[in-house]
Write a protein that binds this ligand. Structure first.
Ligand code: SF4
Length: 374
């Protein structure tokens, strides 16, 4: 398939790998902050093809996984209310809250619907003027513009029964927090190409300079990822720390101005909690006061939520890159995609799901033994 197979060409991949091998002289740890890249890396065994000096650490790049348990519990409480139609992308339905998930709410009579676009939720609001329609707006800079557009249109069209439960997060403050952590081992970043296609690259030079860390904007296909790694390793070996763009076919320095304008109109930057990490200053968006009428947090008084993380789940360490999924005791035993303990095993972008799907290795001990990424 043109435009896809050409970025999976084995000969070109071998050439990039040879270049990386020829360049690297000592150990380096690189982090990707994108669940799509994590899945591509594991699916195509890129981490196993790299020279042993290059370690890939999977960062908090899965939007479902970083959504705080408190927000999920709030969504569950809203979805269970009579008169509410709760709309969400399919991934969120199986994410466990403290004592149930959205599927359970639906089985108990809640009107929970899977939609493929926030505009579907707008249509449902239009068709059901006597119901409160709530859309669960989560994710990074990639999903934020269409969600902002939906809220903008709801206001423009006078759809007073439409609201959004917002938990949007931004990648650059997360990179800042990861680098500031005393446990940080990361020496270079593969920046998420889709995020940069929206936001551009102007937030990264200051981060690269302050933390003296190379940041390479990277795509999602195997050749994209290998090229991102090649450029990052080349910078590290040269003692450089600049921002490079290895995904020029999709990313311009200024990003997508129309999308950015929509974000500025509808959202305002706010502190956000990241699941497994905690609150990161200015790392997210909330609806601005002009759109308060469409903010589900203000429309529904959901208080008294007491969250309880499953004791066996170590997804916080997975999300910070401190633990590989197969090193978790519950991986593949009590925790599987059918019986997930944490969001990282549920989401199509979660690291635990990627390891389970493409590299299921039985017990943690067997996994450690068989995998070179331990
Ligand atoms: S394998 Fe399951 S229990 Fe372990 S960190 Fe991943 S989601 Fe949590």
């Amino acid at each position: 398939m043109k435009y896809l197979e050409e970025f999976r060409n084995p000969e070109l991949a071998a050439g990039l790998l040879a270049d990386i091998r020829a360049t690297v002289t000592r150990p380096w740890a690189l982090m990707e902050v994108c669940g799509g890249q994590t899945h591509s890396i594991i699916r195509h065994a890129i981490d196993q093809l790299l020279p042993e000096e290059v370690e890939l650490i999977h960062g908090p790049g899965c939007p479902v996984c970083v959504t705080p348990l408190e927000v999920i519990d709030r969504a569950l409480a809203i979805a269970a209310r009579p008169g509410v139609v709760f709309c969400s992308f399919g991934d969120m339905l199986r994410v466990p809250g403290t004592d149930r998930d959205l599927f359970r709410v639906r089985s108990e009579g809640g009107d929970v619907r899977v939609v493929y676009s926030p505009l579907d939720a707008l249509r449902i609001a239009r068709e059901n003027p006597d119901r409160e329609v709530v859309f669960f707006g989560i994710g990074f800079e990639t999903t934020a513009p269409p969600n902002a557009m939906a809220v903008h249109l709801a206001r423009e069209q006078g759809l007073r029964n439409f609201s959004m439960l917002v938990s949007h997060v931004r990648v650059p403050p997360a990179i800042d927090a990861i680098m500031a952590s005393p446990d940080c081992r990361v020496q270079g970043f593969l920046a998420a190409g889709h995020v940069c296609s929206v936001m551009g690259t102007d937030e990264y030079p200051e981060l690269a300079e302050r933390h003296r860390v190379p940041i390479v904007v990277t795509g999602f296909e195997p050749l994209d990822i290998l090229e991102g790694i090649r450029l990052t390793v080349r910078q590290l070996e040269r003692g450089e720390h600049t921002v490079e763009n290895a995904y020029e076919r999709a990313v311009r320095p200024e990003g997508n101005p129309a999308a950015r304008a929509m974000l500025e109109d509808v959202f305002e930057v706010a502190d956000r909690a990241w699941r497994g990490i905690g609150v990161i200053p200015r790392s997210g968006w909330r609806l601005s006061s002009r759109y308060r009428d469409h903010d589900a947090e203000h429309r529904f008084d959901v208080t008294g939520i007491a969250t309880r993380e499953p004791a066996a789940c170590r997804s916080g360490e997975v999300l910070q890159g401190l633990l590989k999924p197969h090193q978790c005791e519950a991986f593949g035993t009590v925790c599987t995609p059918r019986t997930p303990l944490g969001a990282t095993m549920v989401s199509s972008e979660g690291a635990c799901a990627a390891y389970y799907l493409y590299r299921r290795l039985g017990t943690p001990a067997a996994a450690q033994e068989a995998s070179p990424v331990g």
